[in-house]
Ligand binder design. Structure first.
Ligand code: AMP
Ligand code: MG
Length: 419
């Protein structure tokens, strides 16, 4: 039996860092900067007014109240702000360039708002309400380090310093393929013995949440030929697939379609010391060439013999599938994208109840963390089919493989599942 950490390493090794590419800022949300980003211009690029008001020389308003002639109007965007002569004021708006000769701004609320002449009611010191060029960032300085995750604020900053495209690791493209002869698409009628297919949408969403690009393939019955044909047809299209994620058909039963199809094609099937999610498989699939359906096979040039697409095969029980994704696939996808924190945030919390876990297996229970109290309790039982409990949980409780009894009040690791 393989340990969780061993299988994690096997899956991680299947996903090397994705290539670096230039992307427009609008397509870079959530991606990781691959190179340091320097400011092309200073921020702000020029001295400008922080207020709507009047640009003045502080010494001219020292004896306020005073009345000054208004010589010019400088709205934001004016590029030729004329010089301020001593003893005059320029009306100025927030973000407009400070005129040469002015050294302070009196906000409009402290004036009569005049346009020909203005009464200044208060004195100001030099530099009042002036935003200095380079105050936020000097031109040429490093503003975002390689490894920074690009969220809203980081993208805003990149734009503000004049960046049009950023160099990031491209998101991995992941195919999701569900298996099972009992599966029916939601929205279709359900016969006795059939269930709705739920792993496909769930795993595809999990890939998207992790930052990857998910593509759901048509789910297939427990039929080796059909499974291989769907896979081979898609892979033969040739536009880079970084990972295939299957669900179902990997345990010890009689109709284990994924195992039957891929065991001889480069995928290793193992038992991992965890619950849920014992049966797992991973490898690089080869020899799909002969498996394509008629159309794809006819054009033999599209199948690359010896293609080596990474495949991770997850168990079919929905909770097993999703927990396995959390444990093995999510960190591997995020590492491949250069993410500085590939793992879920882990906190320690006290158990609000006594729990038992199986010997020699790391158990991942669905939990509800009370952050105020610092305690955690389970949501639903350990059964790997209890999807509604998973949907209510806000964390996974990790019960180590070395202990079977976990007393109320003892501390455990908790993985935070934020949405
Ligand atoms: P398997 O791993 O194929 O033996 O499936 C284990 C259990 O998970 C069975 O009860 C299946 O019906 C269920 N299951 C497998 N795949 C899916 C799926 N895509 N959606 C919902 N349930 C599934
Ligand atoms: Mg099945």
């Amino acid at each position: 039996m393989r340990t969780v950490d061993e299988h994690r390493a096997v899956v991680a090794a299947l996903l090397p860092p994705t290539p670096v590419e230039a992307r427009p800022l609008a397509d870079a949300l959530g991606l990781v900067l691959a190179e340091d980003l320097r400011a092309a211009v200073a921020l702000p690029p020029f001295d400008n007014s922080a207020m709507d008001g009047y640009a003045v020389r502080a010494q001219d308003v020292a004896d306020a109240p005073v009345r000054l002639p208004v010589a010019e109007d400088i709205p934001a965007g004016r590029t030729d702000a004329p010089r301020l002569e001593p003893g005059t004021a320029h009306r100025i708006m927030t973000g407009a360039p400070m005129p040469p000769g002015a050294d302070a701004v009196v906000q409009v609320e402290h004036t009569d708002g005049g346009t020909e002449t203005v009464r200044i009611d208060r004195s100001v010191s030099e530099g009042t309400h002036v935003r200095r060029a380079g105050e936020d960032a000097e031109a040429g300085t490093l503003v975002l380090r390689a490894g920074t995750v690009l969220g809203a604020a980081q993208l805003g900053l990149a734009a503000a310093v004049g960046t049009a495209t950023v160099r990031v690791r491209r998101p991995p493209r992941v195919l999701v393929l569900s298996t099972g002869s009992e599966l029916v698409a939601p929205g279709e009628p359900l016969a006795h013995g059939q269930i709705y297919e739920s792993n496909g949408v769930m795993l595809a969403a999990a890939v998207t949440e992790a930052g990857g690009i998910a593509e759901q393939l048509r789910f297939v019955p427990d039929d080796v030929e059909e499974f291989l044909a769907v896979l081979a047809d898609r892979i033969s299209r040739g536009d880079g697939v970084d990972l295939v994620l299957t669900s179902g058909g990997v345990s010890a039963g009689a109709y284990e379609v994924v195992k039957d199809a891929l065991a001889s094609r480069g995928v290793e099937f193992v038992r991992v010391g965890m619950q849920p999610g014992g049966p797992q498989g991973a490898g690089r699939v080869s020899g799909l060439a002969g498996a394509a359906s008629g159309a794809a096979r006819a054009d033999s040039s599209v199948i690359t013999p010896g293609d080596e697409t990474p495949v991770v095969t997850l168990p079919g029980n929905p909770v097993s599938s999703q927990v396995s994704f959390e444990v093995f696939v999510r960190p591997a996808l995020r590492s491949a994208m250069g993410h500085p924190a590939p793992y879920r945030p882990i906190v320690r919390a006290r158990l609000a109840e006594t729990l038992r876990s199986p010997a020699g297996r790391r158990q991942f229970r669905r939990g509800e963390l009370d952050t105020t109290a610092g305690t955690v309790r389970t949501v639903g039982g350990p059964g790997s089919h209890l999807l509604s409990a998973l949907a209510r949980a806000n964390c996974l409780i990790v019960l180590g493989e070395d202990d079977q009894l976990h007393e109320e009040g003892s501390e455990v690791d908790v993985w935070l599942l934020e949405r």
